[in-house]
Design a binder for this molecule. Structure first.
Ligand SMILES: *[C@@H]1O[C@H](CO)[C@@H](O)[C@H](O)[C@H]1NC(C)=O
Ligand SMILES: *[C@@H]1O[C@H](CO)[C@@H](O)[C@H](O)[C@H]1NC(C)=O
Ligand SMILES: [Zn+2]
Length: 627
């Protein structure tokens, strides 16, 4: 660290940084936009050039920032900003190592995005003409839709075998380099560095507390889902009272159970919320969906979308060129251009997604007057939290009725329970997964890479009650089946966002004067709720996020809390307790076979069941009978 503590020089440096960083951000976003909405080789090259420029800029900035001794700067704002720039830890590595870690990450990302799997064939003899070209989206789709456990197992195994093992060595080197970079900066290891952005010493304790609050609800949900899956698949696949195998929950990572909603709906005869048919009947268009979303925000007193938004956004899939269709909201960092890119189709999902993406734009618009470093969510969870908090108002029967998209005004008890079940399969089921991904990463950074795979599955079993459907060893690397691991993208922000989403929703509903169950609250047309929200948005990252929570809760709390989420699901919890009355185990009982599935040591002791990493269907069946 340098010795310069001259405030004028620091402020001058920050002013220059601000304008250059905004400018580079504009150039990179423009090039990324050009490529994402028109995928030509030329546009790709240009995008990569701009990204390289940005990396160089990051490194130069860091060199300048470390000339200052931020700890001795008299102005708290300058101090915090320079600290943020200095703590960009990977830049502390020598050029060689800096390049190596970026190279490793980009190789791992490539391996992930190029992973392809073979389709399932019920014919055990390989048909030469089978084309192994299914990608992650195909794998997700099959796991979501298929109810054939052999097909589910095949796809699960293929995806996990064709991602992790190829990256394992690269990842181990990456862990080493990331830890070195962190230590150069005075952190104990990269786990501490990952948490630095939250600027809160008891961050992990705060998280640990909340997951303990959620687990009783999760376990009720889990026990109920297990009974339904037991009824569907029988004892060969599901052990009564045991954990669940990861391939039958409707999601490639068993992180969201809503795709098996049809198997577990409490009152199937009452159906569920769906506005698609009505939208089609009323002749909705993509433009009308966007206008409806904008009207939601203006009804709260928030800003309309600027003219450039309407002129340049891509709201439909163009026919004449290749585009990336993933919905996204863009801030071009020039205080003028804000856009959404979405291949909108007329259905309920797209209606929801449009509201979600537009919430990001509102956030961009409100913090646009902050310095560049503060034009961001208050912590990495806030952007998603805000967008999803809005969705809690939009995706609910009250709102659809008000918007003329459903005609059942008096939704009865059964409808409400069905709706809450759907939400729980998404949100409650997600909580333990969102929690453990970075718990695992912290553990690897702290304790080393000796048993990465068994550490992964211990956490999954302990918090999610999920086991691998077939034996795994340390030659596998199942955490890397999730893109955020090879791509070096932090995950705990999704857990933070999940908690905050309900905290923000509850605060807006209370400002709107909502009475009755929280899940029926719709803040549409409430200026009071809009004020609560815009106060949060305007701050951006300029203030510590705990102050923002304090403002949100009117001084009651400054912590992440699971209480609003539990409050939202309270009616479902009561129903689940009743439905689970005959369940001997709320949650799961773990036995040594569950642990043996992934602890290779235990496994090696039973040499006759130590299987090679590619199993035939036959050996799997043998294995199931061991459970
Ligand atoms: C797509 O990009 C190419 C450059 O590779 C450009 O010539 C073309 O005009 C672009 N098309 C559209 C519709 O923007
Ligand atoms: C492979 O499957 C295709 C379509 O099912 C069939 O037409 C073809 O004859 C099969 N080839 C072999 C070598 O069995
Ligand atoms: Zn989002």
């Amino acid at each position: 660290m340098g010795t310069n503590s001259n405030l004028d020089e620091a402020l001058q440096f920050l002013r220059e940084y601000d304008s250059e960083a905004s400018n580079i951000c504009f150039r990179v976003s423009s090039a990324q936009w050009a490529y994402s909405t028109n995928m030509t080789d030329f546009n790709k090259r240009r995008m990569i050039e701009e990204q390289t420029l940005k990396e160089k800029f990051g490194k130069i900035t860091w060199r300048k920032a470390v000339e200052f001794d931020w700890t001795r700067l008299p102005d708290p704002i300058a101090r915090r900003q320079i600290k943020m720039l200095v703590m960009n830890s990977k830049a502390t590595l020598s050029d060689d190592k800096y390049n190596e870690i970026y190279h490793l990450i980009s190789e791992m990302k490539d391996l992930y995005s190029h992973a392809r799997i073979c389709p399932y064939s019920s014919n055990p003899y390989k048909n030469e003409s089978i084309y192994c070209d299914l990608d992650v989206e195909d794998a997700k789709r099959i796991i979501a839709k298929s109810r054939d456990t052999r097909e589910l197992l095949h796809v699960w195994r293929e995806w996990h075998d064709r991602t992790g093992p190829n990256m394992k060595n690269k990842f181990m080197r990456y862990v080493e380099l990331a830890n070195q970079a962190a230590r150069f900066n005075g952190f104990q290891d990269a786990s501490e560095e990952m948490q630095f952005v939250y600027e809160t010493p008891d961050f992990e304790d705060n998280l640990a507390q909340t997951i303990q609050q959620i687990l009783p609800l999760y376990k009720e949900l889990f026990a109920y889902v297990r009974t339904k899956l037991y009824d569907k698949y029988g004892p060969e696949v599901v052990r009564a009272e045991g954990p669940l195998p990861a391939h039958i929950l409707g999601d490639l990572w068993a992180q969201d159970f809503s795709n098996i909603h049809d198997l577990v709906t409490p009152f199937p005869e009452f159906g569920n919320i769906d506005a698609t048919a009505e939208m089609l009947r009323q002749g909705f268009t993509p433009l009308r969906i966007f206008q409806m979303a904008e009207e939601f925000y203006t009804s709260l007193g928030l800003k309309p979308m600027p003219p450039e938004f309407w002129r340049y956004s891509m709201i439909e899939k163009p026919t004449a060129r290749r585009v990336q269709c993933t919905a996204s909201a863009w801030d071009f960092c020039n205080k003028i251009d804000y856009r959404i890119k979405q291949c909108t189709e007329v259905n309920m999902k797209n209606l929801i997604d449009t509201h979600h993406e537009m919430a990001h734009i509102e956030y961009y618009l409100y913090y646009s007057d902050q310095p560049f470093l503060y034009r961001d969510g208050s912590n990495p969870g806030f952007h998603e939290a805000v967008a999803n908090a809005i969705i809690l108002s939009v995706f609910n029967p009250t709102h659809f009725y008000r918007m003329g998209l459903s005609n059942n005004k008096t939704e009865g008890y059964e409808h409400n329970i069905n709706f809450l079940m759907l939400m729980a399969l998404r949100k409650v089921a997600y909580a333990p997964f969102a929690y453990i991904v970075d718990q695992w990463r912290y553990q690897i950074f702290r304790q080393g890479v000796m048993k990465m795979n068994s550490d992964w599955w211990s956490l999954r079993l302990r918090f999610q009650g999920v086991v691998p459907p077939i034996p795994r060893t340390e030659s596998h690397f199942d955490a890397a089946a999730k893109r955020h691991i090879p791509a070096d993208i932090s995950y705990v922000k999704y857990y933070v966002a999940l908690l905050l989403e309900f905290q923000i929703h509850e605060a807006m509903c209370s400002a709107a004067g909502h009475t009755g169950p929280l899940h029926t609250c719709d803040v549409y047309r409430s200026r009071e709720a809009g004020r609560v929200l815009s106060d949060v948005l305007r701050v951006g990252k300029a203030s510590h996020w705990q102050n923002v929570i304090k403002m949100l809760t009117r001084g009651k709390s400054e912590k992440l809390s699971a209480e609003p989420m539990l409050n939202y699901f309270e009616p479902l919890l009561l129903w689940l307790r009743e439905a689970n009355k005959k369940e001997p185990i709320i949650g799961w009982m773990t036995n040594k076979n569950d642990v043996a599935l992934y602890q290779s040591l235990v496994y090696a002791a039973n040499a006759n069941i130590l299987l090679p990493s590619t199993f035939s269907i036959v050996s799997t069946v043998i294995f199931y009978s061991l459970l």
